[in-house]
Design a protein around this ligand. Structure first.
Ligand SMILES: *[C@@H]1O[C@H](CO)[C@@H](O)[C@H](O)[C@H]1NC(C)=O
Ligand SMILES: *[C@@H]1O[C@H](CO)[C@@H](O)[C@H](O)[C@H]1NC(C)=O
Ligand SMILES: *[C@@H]1O[C@H](CO)[C@@H](O)[C@H](O)[C@H]1NC(C)=O
Length: 253
């Protein structure tokens, strides 16, 4: 009973000018009351626009740009398949209207959900006193609710270890300016908590491990002074050739 009466509601709401609906969109999976269709990354969405007038020719727009349609997919009813749904399809709006009259439109917006990418294990070797930087991919839709860093199983002590943690929405970074073996060697783990409500429950924790070793400093070949030296020698000889060439050309006149 509730199911039967609930089903037509999204269809009516997709029609923005309500008196007479010239065009209507139905979608699989269905849209919510706000005209948002939720789909998992790499999933598929089918959108069908129908015109009230049987001879009406239809036009589809994706974010305002016309979608090219085959001739047989225009009259009275027109379907679009978005498959696979990619990151760029998130928030994309699909609008349908009659080719002869653009004043009445119907639209749906896609909500492409994806979990964070943090996974696996990585070996990281850092020299004593060098910078240690660990990156954990946490980009997700909806965004992860929290990110935690541990060292040897305990929450990273930011103050004692001189760590800084930053988060730009795509990655969480754990940073140490000067690595010290006794403070910083060990097994790190970042853990992101991701949960999603609605019809696709894939909640959980996503984590990545880092096996960090702090190595002795190696004597690096002094590259920069050497490059500077080479440049000076080259410029000096170039100058010598140029000034000499001037006298040579003078002689030839
Ligand atoms: C377009 O449709 C609207 C609403 O149905 C109507 O008021 C308007 O006159 C139509 N315009 C044209 C050019 O047919
Ligand atoms: C973490 O554990 C490893 C292996 O037991 C140990 O060598 C290292 O010193 C520990 N790191 C810290 C910061 O306690
Ligand atoms: C997309 O779907 C997720 C999961 O249901 C929800 O948390 C999020 O708010 C939705 N985003 C938009 C823009 O509707």
């Amino acid at each position: 009973m509730t199911l039967m009466s609930a089903a037509p509601v999204p269809l009516l709401l997709l029609c923005f000018v309500s008196r007479t609906c010239a065009v209507n969109i139905t979608s699989t999976p269905g849209a919510n009351g706000a005209g948002v269709v939720q789909v998992q990354l790499n999933g598929a969405v089918t959108l069908t626009c129908t015109a009230e007038a049987a001879d009406g020719e239809l036009v589809w727009l994706r974010n305002g740009a016309t979608v090219s349609l085959r001739e047989q997919n225009k009259k009275a009813s027109s379907s679009l398949c978005v498959t696979p749904a990619i990151h760029e399809d998130n928030d994309a709006t699909f609008t349908c209207h009659l080719g002869s009259n653009a004043s009445e439109t119907a639209s749906v917006t896609l909500n492409v959900t994806y979990p964070p990418q943090a996974s696996g294990s990585e070996q990281v070797a850092v020299e004593k006193e060098a910078q240690l930087l660990l990156q954990c991919d946490i980009w997700a839709n909806p965004p992860v609710s929290s990110v935690a860093w541990t060292l040897n199983g305990s929450v990273v002590d930011l103050v004692a270890g001189g760590f800084t943690v930053t988060n730009d929405g795509f990655s969480s970074w754990l940073q140490v300016h000067r690595a010290d073996q006794s403070l910083h060697e060990g097994t790190y783990q970042c853990t992101a908590h991701y949960s999603i409500n609605g019809t696709h429950p894939v909640p959980g924790t996503y984590s990545k491990e880092f096996q960090v070793t702090v190595t002795e400093k190696t004597l690096k070949f002094p590259m920069m002074p050497m490059i500077a030296g080479v440049v000076v020698v080259f410029l000096t000889s170039l100058l010598a050739v140029v000034s000499r060439w001037k006298t040579i050309t003078k002689c030839c006149k």
